[in-house]
Design a binder for this molecule. Structure first.
Ligand SMILES: Nc1ncnc2c1ncn2[C@@H]1O[C@H](COP(=O)(O)OP(=O)(O)O)[C@@H](O)[C@H]1O
Ligand SMILES: [Mg+2]
Length: 227
């Protein structure tokens, strides 16, 4: 039997002093899948995503990444395996230049500067950002900043790339561009989104999250026809 890329068992979560946001969530995602999580605003999608690399941890239940339980001791390994691409690229970019932003993760993982330089070059190349190395991300367009943010994640070479609302605030041409980029990734891909159409275009399977519960999960064509 294959070890799932992500296994979530009976996960419930509430922010301190708040009502339950995730309610007994069970989900399994296989290696290489492109998996979409859709649902209305406030359903708990972003909260669920933050559990994949241990930024948040549920009071009950279990999250495993490639068979490794997410916990205090496993966090460095979990964060090597799971790259989160935040909804707002400005939450991900904080260094003076693009190349420093992209080098940050690999250097933080303890990689040599030689290895890091190679990874920065590859990641920027994959995002069509050659020539952007010395620029500050402040001076780039939203679409460019989104590509830099993804490059910072790709440079870590994660097994799983998880996107929070990658299609928000993009014009149709940019949505097409993101669809192309996501479709070209070799990693397991998880996309959380309120925009259903691009998710249908990219994903193999989809879960519908509603009020913190998984309301449905299945192949794209099945979910689309019961929509
Ligand atoms: N940091 C936080 N502190 C308290 N409540 C939060 C926090 N982040 C989100 N929430 C609440 O949790 C619920 C789910 O939010 P979220 O996971 O952001 O949903 P979605 O991404 O599906 O829009 C909402 O009611 C939201 O107000
Ligand atoms: Mg959200």
């Amino acid at each position: 039997m294959n070890t799932p890329a992500v296994s979530i068992r009976d996960l419930s979560f509430a922010y301190t002093g708040q009502e339950q946001v995730l309610d007994h969530v069970d989900l399994e995602i296989q290696p290489g899948e492109r998996f979409g999580i859709i649902g209305p605003s406030g359903a708990g999608k972003s909260t669920l995503l933050l559990h994949l690399n241990g930024i948040l941890r549920g009071r009950t239940g279990k999250v495993e990444i490639g068979g490794i339980p997410v916990g205090e001791e496993s966090l460095p390994e979990i964060r090597r395996r799971v790259g989160l691409v935040f909804q707002n690229p400005d939450d991900q970019l904080f260094n003076p230049t693009v190349e420093e932003d992209v080098a940050f993760g690999p250097l933080n993982m303890g990689l040599s500067s030689e290895e890091t330089v190679g990874r920065v070059e590859k990641a920027l190349g994959a995002m069509n950002l050659e020539g952007f190395e010395k620029l500050s991300s402040h001076h780039l367009s939203l679409g460019e900043r989104k590509r830099v943010a993804l490059a910072t994640v790709l440079a870590m070479r994660p097994d799983i790339v998880a996107f929070d609302e990658p299609f928000s605030n993009l014009n149709p041409a940019m949505v097409e561009q993101v669809i192309g980029i996501v479709s070209g990734l070799k990693a397991t891909v998880i996309i959380v989104s309120q925009s259903i159409i691009p998710v249908l275009a990219v994903c193999d399977r989809i879960a519908v999250l509603n009020e913190g519960r998984i309301a449905a999960v299945g192949p794209v064509d099945v979910i689309a026809s019961t929509g």
